[in-house]
Design a protein around this ligand. Structure first.
Ligand SMILES: Nc1nc2c(c(=O)[nH]1)N[C@H]1C(S)=C(S)[C@@H](COP(=O)(O)OP(=O)(O)OC[C@H]3O[C@@H](n4cnc5c(=O)[nH]c(N)nc54)[C@H](O)[C@@H]3O)O[C@H]1N2
Ligand SMILES: Nc1nc2c(c(=O)[nH]1)N[C@H]1C(S)=C(S)[C@@H](COP(=O)(O)OP(=O)(O)OC[C@H]3O[C@@H](n4cnc5c(=O)[nH]c(N)nc54)[C@H](O)[C@@H]3O)O[C@H]1N2
Ligand code: SF4
Ligand SMILES: [Mo]
Length: 694
């Protein structure tokens, strides 16, 4: 029996698992003991990875839509040529930017890097990623405050913090390993605090739950900052030595007396004071935010306000502290730095000509062929298709027909496309309905590449199962199109995923994310490596669990972190007579992953999951409307759409709110076309609605 240690490619924890393989089949999957992230534990999604060995059609060939509407199988070479010719045609006819891509945070580093190279550099067009739906707000906030998209914590901090504050974050369901680490917390008298409008599974297990009015977190953070300053519960020494603009911030938050905070959030003044006191008394306070913050109309400002609290109390760069964003997808951290979408490979600005030239020399391309500006954001791609300006779209490893906000706008867009390439491990995802080309690729279990988890740890995915005839990886598929486009010398150095990894290693040299000390062959079977890990300084960076900012130095020009702040904006969707309820959305169960293309294959998840869309409604609201468990309601959203859901009745959702799990396509039929103005991340949790009994 052969053992292969590889990385789980569902969530951002990147658990490592030992797969035992016999006769080309996985016979046992065991979470890797001693691995610093998940040390012998995992959730059922990781354990179910072996199920993909039987369900993905082996040996499938690509398909091209025919004039009669049918899909016809063709050879890989024919498919590459078809796509390359069509892209060139469209660009010649309608301009360079008439073709676009949607990339992902769920592929390997090398795969989205080569996609970014072909599409953004060589073809000089736009590619955004599903990370826009998820982490864009955190990335923008980090850059402003810390000077680089660098979350500083290590997962060990969850065990060392004596005051853990989760804001819009539900790790019991979404990041079970985080919750497992919290449960191992040994800090004396430690407290777990949750700020969430509903009593989430994490709130149920916390010591304190602040049932905040949705979208009022920014007011709460500013009010807390004001109290901490008024009471002089701040770290003067740290502020003086390591931050910019505190005096302005101090003046600014004077406009947030506790009465304003209480009114905005619905949390009583006493309870806001209780929270401020806990922040003051904690010896190691950590703030953890996820999608309840990132997916709002003022998400970036809210994330910055959270980091401000950590900075002013000196809770950063020390064990058990930090203003910490929790990432969602397995390689979101990798795609943020290496997808060539919103920044140059390695995190630089497209306007930095010297950096752009340095990278061009490494990756072997004429500097003129380097992308010159950040991509247009996701919403502009969808709007561009609907407006008839974008005629070709290539999506990979994402299912926007289901996951995109106000998702009927994506459905209408794809009907207008002349070329629509879907590259996925399944041909029956919702997004595939109108595809003109299908690229079947092998799942993670059959390929090699690197992943970077939420604490900056790079780990190796290595093939667990052998590939059959015609089976190719995402990397080889993108390379095939690149060659068919005639990229020639511009793609010469990218022949294999390993070649690409070595290019990126060189690109990372000297950058904050320097991983030049990591070698392709040496990474598998190890404890992974957190960046930075520069070549030549391996001993200095040998520790398994490292955090950033221990020296109080940030990545800003003067090395100090920035206090960034601005007046809260009016909520674009206030409750009114027509739409009296708030429509909240998020994860449903540990076993279900996003649009369910993968997890519905897992029998023991599917057996316990509801097959039809459902939502949670408050008991009193249900009673007043004569609604019983599993009755159906039609929900009308402020976005003009409506959809039918089964009802599950609960006291965990407030009276004036509904909560819809995202794993059903109906969920995003009702979410609005509304975005944060800086990150352009959708305001997924912010619509208003009403319902009627069906
Ligand atoms: N099982 C499972 N795990 C997953 C995923 C999955 O699909 N399934 N997806 C992964 C991905 S990509 C991601 S990004 C993460 C997401 O992980 P989380 O962000 O933890 O999950 P969500 O359920 O989207 O949202 C968290 C909470 O935000 C709350 N919330 C809504 N509005 C507000 C608000 O205004 N203020 C505050 N404070 N809270 C609010 C919601 O009630 C919800 O409980 O999960 C990852 N893990
Ligand atoms: N209302 C609402 N909507 C949301 C959210 C929310 O909280 N509320 N959360 C948002 C967030 S945080 C996220 S991250 C998005 C997720 O949205 P998506 O990225 O659209 O969702 P997934 O289901 O993860 O889609 C991944 C696709 O990749 C395919 N796949 C798996 N492995 C491979 C592979 O190796 N190669 C290729 N080519 N394909 C593969 C799967 O079959 C699947 O079709 O949803 C967003 N949508
Ligand atoms: S889904 Fe996340 S927590 Fe579960 S096994 Fe995979 S990496 Fe670990
Ligand atoms: Mo996400």
């Amino acid at each position: 029996m052969q053992k292969v240690q590889s990385t789980c490619n569902f969530c951002a924890i990147d658990c490592n698992l030992d797969f035992y393989v016999e006769d080309g089949r996985i016979v046992r999957t065991v979470p890797t003991k001693g691995y610093p992230v998940n040390d012998g534990f995992s959730c059922i999604k990781g354990l179910s990875l072996s199920k993909q060995q039987t369900t993905v059609k082996p040996g499938a060939l690509p398909k091209i839509r025919q004039e009669d509407g049918s899909m016809k199988e063709v050879s890989w070479d024919q498919a590459f040529k078809h796509v390359a010719d069509k892209i060139k045609d469209l660009q010649a006819k309608y301009g360079r930017e008439s073709v676009a891509g949607i990339s992902t945070g769920q592929l390997t580093l090398e795969e989205f890097a080569i996609f970014g190279h072909v599409m953004r550099n060589y073809l000089q067009t736009n590619v955004d990623g599903n990370t826009r739906l998820c982490m864009a707000s955190a990335a923008v906030a980090h850059k402003g405050t810390y000077g680089y998209d660098a979350p500083g914590y290590t997962l060990k901090d969850l065990e060392l913090s004596d005051t853990l504050i989760f804001i819009g974050s539900n790790p019991v369901v979404a990041h079970p390993i985080i919750w497992g680490r919290v449960r191992q917390n040994q800090a004396p008298g430690h407290k777990i605090i949750v700020i969430d409008p509903r009593r989430s599974e994490t709130a149920m297990n916390a010591d304190y739950h602040y049932e905040i009015r949705p979208r009022s977190d920014l007011n709460l953070m500013y009010t807390l900052a004001n109290i901490l300053i008024e009471k002089d519960w701040i770290d003067h020494e740290f502020i003086e030595a390591h931050t910019n603009k505190f005096d302005e911030f101090k003046e600014f938050v004077k406009a947030f007396p506790i009465s304003r905070g209480a009114e905005a959030t619905g949390i009583s003044e006493d309870r806001i004071m209780e929270l401020a006191e806990m922040i003051h008394k904690g010896k190691a306070v950590s703030f953890w935010w996820t999608m309840g913050v990132n997916q709002g109309y003022e998400a970036v400002t809210t994330a910055r306000a959270i980091m401000n609290l950590a900075l002013m109390t000196g809770n950063i760069g020390k064990p058990g502290t930090g203003g910490n964003s929790i990432t969602g997808q397995c390689n979101a951290m990798g795609s943020r730095l290496f997808s060539n979408t919103t920044c140059l490979f390695g995190g630089g600005d497209f306007t930095d000509e010297a950096e752009s030239k340095r990278i061009a020399d490494i990756i072997g391309i004429d500097p003129d062929l380097m992308a010159k500006k950040p991509t247009i954001p996701y919403n502009k791609i969808v709007e561009g298709i609907n407006a008839g300006e974008i005629k070709g779209l290539w999506i990979l490893c994402t299912n926007p027909r289901h996951s995109w906000t106000n998702n009927e706008t994506f459905a209408s867009a794809t009907k207008k496309l002349e070329l629509f390439v879907v590259q996925d491990i399944y041909d029956n995802i919702e997004s595939a309905e109108d595809m003109t080309v299908y690229f079947p690729v092998v799942p993670g279990i059959k390929k090699a590449g690197q992943y970077i988890n939420l604490e900056r740890r790079m780990s190796a995915m290595r093939p667990v199962l052998p590939r059959g005839e015609n089976e190719i990886s995402d990397y080889e598929c993108i390379l095939g199109v690149g060659k068919a486009l005639g990229m020639g010398s511009a793609i010469e150095r990218w022949e294999t995923a390993e070649d690409c990894f070595n290019l990126l290693r060189d690109v990372s040299r000297g950058r904050p994310c320097d991983f030049s000390g990591v070698k392709w062959d040496e990474l598998p079977g190890t404890h992974g490596r957190q960046w930075p890990y520069p070549e030549g300084r391996e001993e200095e960076f040998a520790a398994d669990e490292r955090r950033l900012y221990e020296d109080g130095v940030f990545y800003t020009p003067n090395g100090k972190a920035n206090f960034l702040f601005e007046e809260p904006l009016p909520n674009p969707y206030v409750q009114n007579e027509e739409f009296p309820l708030i429509y909240n959305t998020g994860r449903g169960t540990v076993g279900q992953w996003h649009t369910q293309s993968r997890t519905k294959e897992v029998k023991f998840v599917e057996d316990v999951s509801l097959k039809k869309a459902y939502l949670y409604m408050n008991t009193k609201m249900a009673k007043e409307n004569d609604i019983h468990e599993m009755d159906q309601v039609r929900v009308y959203s402020v976005n003009g759409e409506n959809a039918v859901f089964h009802v599950k009745i609960t006291d965990n959702v407030p009276y004036d709110q509904l909560y819809a799990p995202i794993h059903y396509i109906e969920c995003n039929k009702l979410t609005p076309s509304s975005y944060d103005k800086y990150s352009r991340e959708p305001n997924y949790k912010g619509a208003t609605c009403r319902f009627e009994k069906v």
